[in-house]
Write a protein that binds this ligand. Sequence first.
Ligand code: ZN
Ligand code: FE
Length: 267
Amino acid sequence: MNALEYVPVPAFEDNYIWLVSDGHDAVAVDPGEAAPVRAYLAKRGWRLSAILLTHHHQDHVGGVADLLNGLGEGAKLPVYGPAGESIAHLTRRLKQGDRVTIASPALEFSVLDVPGHTSGHIAYFQAADPAGTPHVFCGDTLFACGCGRLFEGTPAQMLDSLDSLSALPGDTHVHCAHEYTLSNIRFALACEPDNAALQAWRDKASALRERGVPTLPTTIAHEQAVNPFLRSDVAAIQATLSAQLHEAVPDRLAAFTLMREWKNRFR
Ligand code: ZN
Ligand code: FE
């Protein structure tokens, strides 16, 4: 089997549109705009063979119509997306447990329901690439050192969704849809200033961004070590939340809820 390449194509201010390619064909995940995808495909000589969507927000679906229009007469592209959201151009509507099989590039995904950011948000999990590495495309659910805002879901839903992502193999490459890492790390350090892995990640991520290099993908194991939203059960974090926000923190859901609210107003 051919090796696969996973490429974050920058779009808008801070979005990544992930392309997965075998060197000939490519799938695009969450193409919020068409132009950068087209330009990248042309540069590499790749042909678009499918589109995967995680949720209905414009910065993730806005380029779909344009990409489909550019295909020429009669050409058809499968467009996968969440069953629970209203999105134009979907050819297949997916929910928890569904499987996606793409012929070229050869890809197989299982679908996870990960509500919270939006109510029908899904993630695509690939158990093993040709080299044996697992991958997940999680849209705006899990970010490097952060998590998505709760536009349509409850803290309990988002915590469940993050738990199901956190239960994936530790070496799973996590392909998030935004480059939010540095500002997320600033907040994470406010939650957990003494986390040595987090301090080291701040230095490494800052150096990457200074050179304009993406901080992604991250991995599940790394997020478990540094991401406060996957660490709401850690006593030091709960103590910080309680001291900073003058609130009781009886359990991890309370900690997660307070943390998410604090992050919304954190500067
Ligand atoms: Zn979104
Ligand atoms: Fe987004």
